[in-house]
Design a protein around this ligand. Structure first.
Ligand code: BGC
Length: 739
């Protein structure tokens, strides 16, 4: 009996024991204490060397913890569209693990095109779970640099041209990622709007454009989303690299916005020890180390924030409090993530995540043009479909730079269509055009396949005869993830479609009038054939479930509801940065002379009718907008106006519409854009159904940034609220006055 009693007592005490051993008196592990107390406690136990070690990388993607005290390492991962494959400790090449194939989510341009913050939340939740399962505590994303020119190779990783849209979308993404105990590292802060000369170009921009256009999404991520990390950008601003930039990191991020997270450098973005010490950076990543020119152990010691930092503190030239400031931020990150014992466990490569990606893609795909309603494809009549174009089969999750992924699977558009139509419909495929082969990225020893001569005409002729023999032609073209397309590190060289696609599209249009052009891009492209082609779809890069998503839209299982997050100008001269002759700068300096007039703000100002406007996107149904009403015509500052409009689905099927609110300031002491997006709501309506959509207009929607006062100003005067289905399809407006 006694023996049993003893056994029970013993097992109970085992149950009550802490789940892992803590160093004696380790108050910093006591998660009942407030984080700030735990930070101070942990800091007080650390040696100078341990503190300095935390401020820089120990491998390509990680930085050390304090093994002696049980403080874990920081593990980062790209981001922003999926969890990158594991790479070797000191190299970019993939390590060849067999358990790291992720789900690829749609590119962020596609997410932005959903104009639905619920989709941003779903995205953040899903990718956050993937990161958590893979034991990453920092996700290197999302990216919110503003789409300034269609030539920026990295636009596909960002959320479009408008600060209000990107601010609205970034917040739920960040919040949901972080619910997994994984920090979102919002990038690239700031003014990294092109890849050309990205590591040194010095951006000159007015404070007004900085605050009104380039900063709002970062500010929203920090203040509303509560982002725990931010990544400095490669470029310079006011002659200082942005990874250690006193204006951006100290004055704005920390002082004005109250950021208490960690500032991480972009990989190789640090250039100066003193600036790295004093100008707001906390963690240095990616300097030099390639495992070849420096031995692995030596390399990290030579980081700006490693031995050089340590020596300066030891010599007394730099005070120890400088490293303490950084370590506090890093510890805060660790307490919020890895050392939060309540954080969920995550999940990886699941069907649920694949379907989340598919849902987002389906909502983001944009129907640009649908003359004669040739879409959706009527499968009661169509018996032969010709799928044409390299992008119907090309893998788009690979390439493009650091966002390249090793995926569990990627369903191509061709496979998606075949899946959907089954055996009753004949699907033929012709490649139509070919891009030059490239080495598979990140694979050790990968060689560029031997150059072969591409038979452009032969491929075109083959495609034309396939088109002639089909009831409907679905052409999949656009850009891809090769250099000079949608790719990090380099910009596009031309606005035109590459690989002679324009000629091919015109030939296909002549061969078969039932032609649908599906563009897979992260950027605007010229469409000289726009009048020859009845239907045009922007299908983006949609990740793992790309094929199913696009097939469900083309076949009408899903009614398209995406809207463009950027303007598609007719030609490059209608883009502000290019029209002003500034882009891409002179190799050293670049001045954003178009100022606040980015995207539709430029098009409006210069009456340059876009090919397809910001906010544009059609549906298989139609929507009628009623009269725009306002609750009062005058009010004083701090009071709010409510604007409403009745929207009715006047077509025959259920569909979703993004109702957009733009504000026009009619009397202003400073020049203002003709109108600016200040609200949007996505509503779903059954055929015949109607709904009243209301927007509250407060000060924030009326303000502008006065750089002479360095302040946001709400000026009394007359305004207009414009309600539209796109930035150029304004369906009604109402005036009001702020007293
Ligand atoms: C990119 C970052 C990325 C980092 C790590 C850099 O080249 O600019 O966006 O997170 O590499 O891969």
């Amino acid at each position: 009996m006694n023996g049993i009693k003893q056994l029970i007592v013993l097992s109970l005490s085992l149950l009550a024991a802490p789940s892992f051993a803590q160093p004696k008196g380790a108050v910093y592990l006591d998660d009942k204490k407030p984080i700030e107390e735990r930070i101070e406690d942990a800091l007080s136990r650390m040696t100078l060397e341990e503190k300095v070690a935390m401020c820089h990388a120990q491998s390509k993607f990680s930085s050390p913890g304090v093994p002696r005290l049980g403080i874990p390492e920081v593990w980062t991962s790209d981001g922003p569209h999926g969890i990158r494959a594991e790479v070797f400790w000191d190299e970019w090449n993939t390590a060849g693990w067999t358990n790291d194939s992720c789900i690829a989510f749609p590119a962020l341009t596609c997410l932005a095109a959903t104009w639905n913050s619920e989709m941003a939340a779903l995205y953040g939740k899903s990718i956050g779970e993937e990161a958590r399962y893979r034991n990453k505590n920092v996700l290197l994303g999302p990216g919110v640099n503003i789409y300034r020119t269609p030539l920026n190779g990295r636009n596909f990783e960002y959320m479009g041209e408008d600060p209000f849209l990107s601010s609205t979308m970034v917040v739920p993404y960040v919040q949901e990622v972080q619910k997994n105990g994984v920090a979102a590292c919002v990038k690239h802060f700031a003014l990294n709007n092109q890849e050309q000369d990205r590591d040194h170009i010095n951006v000159n921009v007015s404070d007004r454009a900085l605050y009104e256009i380039y900063l709002p999404a970062f500010k929203a991520a920090v203040q509303k989303g509560g982002a725990w990390a931010i990544m400095g950008s490669y470029n310079k601003y006011k002659d200082e690299h942005c990874c250690h930039n006193q204006y951006l990191l100290k004055d704005i991020l920390r002082k004005e916005w109250g950021f208490d997270g960690v500032v991480i450098s972009d990989w190789g973005g640090v250039h100066d020890t003193k600036q790295a010490i004093y100008n707001g950076l906390d963690m240095e990543f990616g300097s030099w180390t390639n495992g070849l020119t420096w031995s692995a152990s030596n390399a990290y010691d030579n980081y700006y924030l490693a031995m050089p930092f340590l020596k300066l503190i030891r010599s007394g030239e730099v005070k120890e409090e400088e490293v303490d400031k950084k370590v506090r931020n890093i510890l805060r990150l660790i307490f919020r993530t890895t050392m939060d014992r309540n954080r969920p466990l995550g999940s990886f490569g699941t069907e649920e995540h694949a379907l989340a990606g598919r849902k987002i893609a389906q909502e983001g795909i944009v129907l640009l043009q649908n003359n004669k309603n040739i879409l959706p494809v009527d499968l009661t009549k169509v018996k032969k479909i010709a799928v044409i174009g390299e992008n119907a089969v090309k893998r788009m999750t690979i390439g493009g730079g650091s966002s390249s992924l090793k995926v569990k699977y990627e369903l191509s558009p061709l496979a998606g269509i075949q899946n959907r139509v089954g055996k009753d419909v004949e699907v033929t495929f012709a490649q139509g055009y070919e891009s030059p082969a490239v080495a598979e990225q990140d694979v050790k020893g990968a060689k560029v396949p031997e150059k072969k001569v591409i038979d452009v005409e032969g491929l075109r002729n083959e495609a034309v005869s396939a088109a002639k023999n089909a009831d409907v032609v679905l052409f999949f073209g656009g850009l891809n993830k090769n250099d000079n397309q949608d790719c990090e590190g380099v910009d596009r060289k031309e606005y035109s479609l590459p690989y002679e696609q324009n000629k091919l599209i015109s030939s296909l249009a002549k061969a078969n009038p039932n032609l649908v052009v599906v563009l897979l891009t992260g950027n605007a492209v010229a469409m000289p054939w726009v009048k020859e082609v009845p239907a045009i779809v922007e299908g983006w890069y949609s990740g793992t479930e790309a094929g199913n998503a696009i097939a469900s839209v083309l076949m009408g299982d899903v009614n398209p509801s995406g809207k463009l997050p950027f303007t598609i100008p007719v030609s490059l001269k209608d883009n502000g940065a290019i029209a002003m002759g500034e882009y891409p700068g002179n190799g050293k300096e670049e001045t954003y002379n178009e100022d606040i007039f980015v995207g539709y703000r430029w098009a409006d100002k210069h009456k340059a009718k876009p090919l397809f406007s910001f906010g544009h996107g059609l549906s298989y149904t139609t929507f009628a907008y009623g009269k725009v009403e306002i609750d009062k015509s005058k009010a004083s500052a701090n009071d709010k106006f409510t604007v409403s409009v009745k929207v009715k689905n006047t077509g025959k099927r259920t569909g979703s519409e993004v109702v957009q609110l733009y504000i026009s300031d009619l009397e202003s002491s400073l020049p203002r854009p003709v109108k600016e997006l200040k609200g949007f709501k996505k509503i779903q309506l059954n055929a015949g159904e109607e709904q009243i959509v209301s927007f509250t207009i407060g000060n924030e929607a009326l303000q502008f940034f006065d750089d002479s006062k360095h302040e946001w100003i709400t000026e009394p005067g007359k305004f207009e609220a414009l309600i539209g289905a796109s930035s150029t399809d304004i369906r009604g407006k109402v005036g009001f006055e702020l007293k």
